[in-house]
Design a binder for this molecule. Structure first.
Ligand code: ADP
Ligand code: MG
Length: 291
């Protein structure tokens, strides 16, 4: 049977934006030594905006953007939504709906009238091609914390598009609060090393793991558990669900995908990251009452 004190804490939590899916989850939070955070949609708003668009010499900017948007219009990835919006704002009307294949953690493979086109990160289109594309520009964009997505056709890299996501306003405070409770925060992201480093620095995080594919997030969680013992995971996406299930406490953002919300033990209903330290404090207090 559930203790009256637990019941009160769960009900207070709900009033203050934290949904505990049971008393046992409330208990776990107090023992966390480290918390892993997904980047996009968790530490950041997940609503990136396009900042730069660069095409291969001799290519038309508008038709390249139109091709990119027609491919991304078939995906519901946050980057895809931002790219389609950018194209619309530039008066580009989508006419084509090429057949596509989603490649999670990498991007999209499209089958267009003129052949296969890849849209995604350097690992997907081929890292060796990136260095030669408008010399050094990709490095510069990544150092600014921007995510760069590439489009490749049979002639090589056709275009690069940079997007900037913003940290959630309370992210820095939330990480600081956890540090004061003796909890180490680590960022896990599918994004590349340079972009990840810039965002981690902005958030005040000492540790991050970049190029973390969905299955690697689970591996990383297991590794962190060996290192720290009890480890939490905060995420929003479908690809975070396995890691949320592996963690001591799986924490989902309220605006996350259904799968993340279902898998998690705790939900941050208002997407407010400072609610994590609040929940940890409540849990530690509970442990003192119960014992
Ligand atoms: P995160 O861990 O940051 O939430 P994801 O695992 O969703 O990232 O994606 C990892 C990377 O794969 C992205 O940073 C991007 O480079 C690439 N990617 C995934 N889906 C798409 C897409 N629809 N369009 C372009 N790039 C994509
Ligand atoms: Mg995410």
């Amino acid at each position: 049977s559930i203790m009256p004190a637990t019941l009160a804490a769960v009900s207070n939590g709900a009033k203050r934006g934290v949904l505990f899916k049971g008393g046992v989850h409330l208990e776990h939070l107090g023992s966390l030594k480290a918390i892993a955070f997904d980047k996009t949609g968790t530490l950041t708003s997940g609503k990136p905006v396009v900042t730069d668009f660069i095409v291969r010499d001799g290519e038309d900017v508008n038709s390249s953007l139109a091709l990119l948007a027609s491919i991304e219009s078939q995906s519901n990835h946050p980057l895809a939504i931002a790219i389609v919006k950018h194209a619309e704002e530039h008066g580009i009307v989508n006419r084509d709906n090429p057949q596509i294949e989603d490649v999670p953690g990498y991007g999209i493979r499209a089958f267009t009238d003129t052949g296969e086109v890849l849209v995604g990160n350097p690992r997907f289109v081929g890292k060796e091609l990136i260095d030669d594309f408008h010399e050094g520009i990709v490095q510069k964009l990544s150092d600014e914390g921007k995510t760069v997505v590439f489009m490749k056709d049979s002639n090589g890299i056709l275009a690069a598009i940079a997007l900037k996501d913003t940290l959630r306003p309370e992210a820095v405070q939330a990480i600081k609060d956890l540090k004061n409770l003796g909890i180490q925060s680590i960022m896990l992201t599918g994004d590349n090393d340079k972009t990840a480093k810039a965002i981690a620095k902005e958030a005040g995080l000492d540790k991050f793991v970049a190029e973390c594919l969905p299955e690697k997030k689970v591996e990383e969680l297991k590794r962190l558990k060996t290192e720290y013992g009890e480890v939490g995971m905060v995420g929003d996406g479908i690809n975070d669900a396995p890691a949320l299930a592996t963690a001591t406490s799986g924490i989902a953002m309220g605006e996350g995908t259904d799968v993340a919300l279902e898998t998690a033990d705790v939900v941050l209903m208002q997407n407010d990251l400072t609610r994590i330290s609040y929940a940890v404090k409540v849990s530690r207090k509970m442990q003192r009452i119960v014992k």
